[in-house]
Ligand binder design. Structure first.
Ligand SMILES: Cc1cc2nc3c(=O)[nH]c(=O)nc-3n(C[C@H](O)[C@H](O)[C@H](O)COP(=O)(O)OP(=O)(O)OC[C@H]3O[C@@H](n4cnc5c(N)ncnc54)[C@H](O)[C@@H]3O)c2cc1C
Length: 302
């Protein structure tokens, strides 16, 4: 780590100001308000990469319409396990957001979530039959009560006019629709949560600052981060007890630089999602089990 005369410190440093880091920061501060938490972001503001509303589809993933969540088993039955898991997870997200709205942390649900029917659309007899089976299995479950299915051209045209425009009416088509689907603006949600965090003690967010390197401290207690101010070029050193890599696609580079054994062998896999999910789980376990908040308060520069 390069030497410099600006050493800052926090219990927890989260790299990146997207939906992942911001959500985790809110959870940590709700569970342990005296934790000192800093988010470090290389761009001038939050939610400019994948979390930005123009950079993702905005689907509130409740597995209403994603056909890959409901594979057909060898015996021809529909396997709902993954869909139910995703549905339950999204429900937990909504409960968390409801909690934040109720306590006034986020001004209004209207600022980030809206009802949008979720549809699956298929062409061809085999796929229409798969969709019918999927519909039968799903609509029998309370998570998907109210799901609609149709093979009727005019009905589907009413649901999705642009999809049906110009099609041959003799074509075999089928669709399902869930009117309880949602569209989520994860960028607005991130900004809302960040504003809430900014109102709290022992929270800081630093923009235009890029984490260039990280290194485990010799005593094994925490991490040193080398953080470059992208405008001035100045380097500072940050002392963190725990680090969360919420750096989206850049998380791999940082994960490799950390030299932790778990980072080995991941470059060729679907590591981005892994990095986020794995680090979130590991992180929460460690912080909550070890009770960081029982340590002396850390310090910030004046
Ligand atoms: C095309 C597309 C469509 C998608 N559609 C959906 C959808 O419909 N529904 C859904 O739920 N999800 C969807 N997703 C996935 C979702 O957008 C991402 O999972 C989510 O936004 C990831 O958030 P994040 O905070 O991990 O990463 P990001 O939002 O990418 O944030 C990472 C942040 O880290 C910063 N950063 C990177 N490196 C450093 C560094 N060294 N130092 C400091 N800061 C750094 C970046 O500038 C960035 O701000 C989609 C994704 C894509 C690409």
């Amino acid at each position: 780590m390069p030497d410099n005369n600006r050493i800052w410190s926090a219990d927890v440093v989260l790299v990146g100001a997207g939906i992942m880091s911001t959500t985790l920061a809110v959870i940590l501060k709700e569970l342990q308000p005296d934790l000192s938490v800093e988010i470090i972001e290389r761009l001038p503001t939050e939610a400019q990469e994948s979390t930005g509303p123009w950079n993702n589809a905005g689907t509130g993933h409740a597995a209403n319409c994603e056909l890959n969540y409901t594979p057909m088993s060898e015996d021809g039955s529909i396997d709902l396990a993954k869909a139910l898991n995703v549905n339950a997870e999204f429900d937990i997200s909504r409960q968390f957001w409801s909690y934040l709205v109720r306590k006034g942390a986020i001004t209004s649900p209207d600022s980030f979530i809206h009802s949008v029917p979720h549809m699956s659309f298929v062409v061809g007899e085999d796929r229409a039959e798969f969709l019918r089976k999927r519909y039968t299995a799903m609509s029998a479950h309370h998570c998907y009560r109210g799901m609609e299915f149709s093979r009727d051209y005019s009905q589907i045209a009413e649901w999705a006019p642009l999809v049906m425009e110009g099609r041959d009416p003799r074509e075999v088509v089928a669709a399902t629709r869930m009117v309880t689907g949602t569209d989520v603006d994860y960028g607005a949600l991130t900004s809302g949560m960040l504003n809430y965090l900014k109102s709290q003690d022992k929270f800081a967010v630093a923009f235009n600052q890029e984490v260039e390197n990280l290194q485990r401290q010799a005593n094994g207690e925490g991490w040193w981060l080398a953080v470059r101010d992208v405008k001035s070029g100045e380097l500072r050193r940050v002392n963190a007890r725990r680090v969360f890599l919420g750096a989206g696609g850049h998380a791999l580079t940082l994960l490799q630089k950390s030299h932790i054994p778990e980072a080995e062998g991941y470059p060729n896999r679907r590591w981005q999602t892994f990095a986020a999910v794995w680090s979130l789980c590991r992180f929460l376990n460690e912080v909550l089990e070890e009770g960081l908040g029982t340590r002396p308060a850390s310090f910030y520069p004046p």
